[in-house]
Write a protein that binds this ligand. Structure first.
Ligand code: SAM
Length: 289
């Protein structure tokens, strides 16, 4: 691997906007280069200056902080472009993880490109990438969706539009909505698909749990802590489960012709390895047909 360092550790390049990833929980998840860059940039554009000040205090870094959040990004971009025009280098950070990914930053970056300044990303923590890496889902592609709409009807509409996607799907979700979100995921995508619930990544109470979508509500409800903290939901793509869905339905149909519902479900679980809840719901639906 060839290493090309534009900037030496002692000197940052002039008139450059550095986009710096910061930890998503565990403060050790910051690169040496990020610390170096934050230390040497005279100015740091931060989503919430109080949050970033705590991070800087942790590393003993002092710098001038400029607030750049979703409500003032356009205006603050003007101030930052003026700094870049003097030859200064500016580091951009968000509260956690990678700026511009479900976080402010894109407008400022676009303004820097438009004005002809160099934009230099410093890669690091990102909750979506961390969750995908812990999923074990085999699709080589994933679609990062980020936050779904908060309103239930809009959320279901968005999920229905994604249901046929063959790629692994990645969602960010707020703790007070995660339970209803997994119910909607199962309803729109089929309960048989697997989901990774990634909670509090890199933090003390981190959990990564893989189960069928239909089993996820029960798993979340089993412990009050499981609906607290920060969540990423990673859902298997449609292709991965399409053949299984058909196989599940066929198996159930045959068994239901010969056996009472409970026995048919129990046997179908053994034969297909599918989720008991999902097969039970399917069997009920078939009986009702
Ligand atoms: N820019 C960030 C990144 O690179 O991941 C994301 C910021 S977004 C405002 C915050 C959301 O990211 C949370 O609501 C949660 O869905 C997800 N997230 C951030 N940190 C997380 C963590 N430690 N564990 C699980 N999810 C996390």
């Amino acid at each position: 691997m060839t290493t090309v360092a534009h900037d030496s550790p002692q000197n940052l390049d002039r008139a450059t906007l550095y986009v710096v990833a910061t930890p998503i929980g565990n403060l050790s998840d910051i690169s040496a280069r990020a610390i170096e860059t934050l230390s040497r940039a005279g100015h740091i554009a931060a989503e919430d200056t109080r949050v970033t000040q705590r991070l800087l205090d942790h590393y003993g870094i002092s710098a001038r902080l400029i607030a750049v959040h979703e409500h003032n990004e356009q205006r603050a971009a003007g101030e930052i472009l003026a700094l870049l025009a003097t030859g200064a280098s500016v580091a951009l950070v968000s509260d956690a993880g990678t700026p511009g990914i479900s976080d402010p930053g894109a407008r400022l970056v676009a303004a820097a490109h438009a004005a002809g300044y160099r934009v230099c990303p410093l890669p690091g923590a990102n909750a979506a990438a961390a969750a995908v890496s812990a999923s074990g889902f085999l699709s080589p592609h994933f679609l990062f969706y980020g936050f779904l709409p908060a309103r239930a009807s809009a959320r279901r509409e968005a999920l229905s539009a994604l249901a046929a996607q063959p790629h692994t799907l990645v969602f960010y979700e707020a703790p007070h909505r995660v339970a209803e979100c997994v119910v909607d995921l199962a309803a729109t995508m089929g309960g048989g698909r697997r989901v990774l619930v990634a909670r509090e990544l890199t933090k003390l109470f981190e959990e990564t749990h893989v189960c069928a979508l239909s089993d996820a509500p029960e798993w979340l409800a089993a412990n009050a802590h499981r609906t607290k903290g920060e969540f990423v939901l990673v859902v298997e793509g449609a292709d991965a489960t399409a053949p299984d869905e058909a196989a599940l339905d066929n198996t159930l149909a045959v068994l239901l012709e010969e056996l009472p519902l409970k026995q048919a479900v129990a046997l179908a679980v053994k034969i297909t390895g599918g989720s008991r809840n999902d097969l039970y719901q399917r069997a009920l639906a078939k009986k009702g047909e």
